[in-house]
Design a protein around this ligand. Sequence first.
Ligand code: MN
Length: 367
Amino acid sequence: MEMTLRWYGSKFDTVTLEQIRQIPGVHGVITTLYDTEPGEVWSRERIRALKDEVEAAGLRIAGIESVNVHEDIKLGKSTRDQLIDNYIATLRNLGEEDIHMVCYNFMPVFDWTRTELARRRPDGSTVLAYTQKAVDDLVPEDMFASISGDMNGSVMPGWEPQRLAHVKELFEEYRGVTEEDLFANLKYFLERIMPVCNEYDINMAIHPDDPAWSVFGLPRIIVNLENIQRMMKMVDDPHNGVTFCAGSYGTNPKNDLPGMIRALKGRIHFAHVRNLKFNKFDNEGNPIDFEESAHLSSDGSFDLYEIVKALYDIGFEGPIRPDHGRMIWGEVAMPGYGLYDRALGAAYINGLWEAVEKASSSLRSSE
Ligand SMILES: [Mn+2]
């Protein structure tokens, strides 16, 4: 694995490359051209400028998160062919610049959903949280207004104001779009982009839907192992793989995270490792309230040791990153994306990895 940190670019991120470089074991960043619109071609010049900036700080670009997919592609509209051509042009330019991993998602309208961005925990830290009741009570177009006050002045990925301005129309367009339609539109997209991914050895890593169930009645497909396997089989190419996001798949306690990792051997191209804490379940065992915790196993509901061990056991070699961190020590940053708690997360995951690695090599030598 290659430990990385997500970085939004010097114009948008409160965290600097110089700070990232001082986190032990972090040599790469996962970044993006944050001010591009879905459907826009990323020019080679802009990609190279970003690369130069990262490399001048002594780091490397380990992958892109994300190249966003235009809603018309997800909707299967007639405009999709041109938009996919543009996506292919972007992939080609990334490949020319020696970038080989691209994270994306296929979630309608919203990238991810939380109902609070700064829930206070007993230790005074603040975290992102989700309450089903808040989602059920909310008109989707009010979602942005309800949380935008918590964004610390940042623009959060998936919650860009220009995207949210069209929420109402988008909901109209998704009326009647089923999960089967979404699978078919994803297949169409993947079939079109795979040749360029093969040409440039670009691993496509689809990010799961977060939370891993339908919200606001929108169809959601990347939610469990069965659906991921269907996605990989329908366009069967090693470049068609996944971002294993523990915090997203883990929102559904029925998803056995270490088991999923083992089943996805060879097709996990990127890993997001984090923890969350379930607070309340309904009568059927579905979580109705959870919050993001520190990465440490004992602070949340997941066993991070087992997650890291499963990644080690499948021979995972791709980029990995700590995911949303808590806001601690007075830091003011994009919720989930401050420096301090993600640095603690990176150090903790590195520690787990070293322990797993040494334990299994001493096991081997004693055999
Ligand atoms: Mn994630």
